[in-house]
Design a protein around this ligand. Structure first.
Ligand code: SIN
Length: 288
């Protein structure tokens, strides 16, 4: 008899999975977790006690892992764990940040959508959390697609958006990239506005991030107006869920079907998260 219990976190995205120890997951239980992930696009597991090896081993069950991108401090990853990226405002003895994103807001985005083949899944595991703030929200791009008003659907059908590779979601310039705040000229990768989820075929909106985005082929202002309308609609509260962290929480989300954001918190408080990413299995593809 299965020990897994699922509790939806909102009407549109996310479920909490109870009765599971991620450091010791048999194949049948993993199968239930994977099925729940396809249905809810975001899963929360509370009260976990994961070593870096446990986190990497659980992440790998969903596919090959990306090596962590270069962090804002110029370092690549956790020593000995090239797959683990540190999201943290904590500074080391020399006053250097040990991770990325600081304590400010991380605006709505999909991880690394500026790549040709963006990561499929991200996992965030909480080791230290501030007493207030730093909440992470998910937004269902499947629900946003399904409810998209007809006039917007008509406008975006067949179009692609260029996803900016210049700035990260904290507003920091990515390592090794030329600063460019012009959506027409910045470095980035175009993807269809409406994609088919590669596992389920479900249509999803694929917006990536707002800053420096550009709807390919449109006049600059036409692109800005269309993007503003899409973003205003897609991030309505009915499509979102906000998670307040506790130490030992693992939240995973499907980058193909969600966006996420992080609220700011007191810079003097400590927040330490480890993140892994499952490699993209395919380029975002338009619905047939
Ligand atoms: C991220 O955007 O990948 C990190 C989100 C968070 O720190 O909650």
């Amino acid at each position: 008899m299965s020990q897994v219990e699922l509790k939806p976190l909102s009407d549109s995205v996310g479920a909490e999975v109870q009765g599971v120890d991620l450091s010791n997951l048999d194949d049948a239980t993993f199968g239930e977790v994977a099925t729940a992930f396809d249905a809810h696009h975001g899963l929360l597991f509370r009260g976990q006690d994961l070593s870096p090896d446990d986190l990497v081993a659980f992440s790998r069950r969903f596919g090959d892992l990306d090596h962590a991108p270069i962090m804002e401090n110029g370092k690549t990853a956790v020593a000995g764990y090239p797959e683990i990226y540190i999201v943290s405002n904590i500074k080391d003895g020399d006053g250097k940040a040990i991770g990325s994103l600081g304590a400010g807001e991380a605006v709505w985005h999909t991880d690394m959508s500026y790549l040709d083949n963006p990561p499929d899944i991200s996992m965030l595991y909480a080791l230290e959390v501030p007493p207030a703030g730093g909440d992470t929200s998910l937004c269902s791009m499947a629900s946003a697609h399904d409810e998209l008003p007809a006039h917007l659907r008509e406008k975006v059908t067949g179009l692609s958006i260029k996803h900016d590779g210049t700035f990260n979601s904290g507003g920091f310039l990515r390592q090794g990239v030329r600063e460019d705040s012009d959506p027409m000229t910045c470095e980035g990768q175009p993807h269809p506005v409406i994609c088919a989820h590669p596992r389920t075929g479900r249509p999803v909106l694929y917006l990536g991030r707002r800053r420096n985005a550009y709807v390919m082929g449109l006049e600059r202002q036409e692109s800005e107006d269309l993007l503003d309308a899409l973003w205003e609609f897609a991030t309505l509260s009915e499509y979102t869920f906000t998670h307040q962290w506790r130490v030992g929480d693992l939240l995973m989300w499907d980058n193909r079907a969600t966006m996420h954001r992080r609220e700011p918190f007191d810079a003097d408080a400590r927040r330490l998260m480890q993140r892994t990413q499952i490699k993209g299995g395919s380029q975002p593809r338009p619905v047939a």
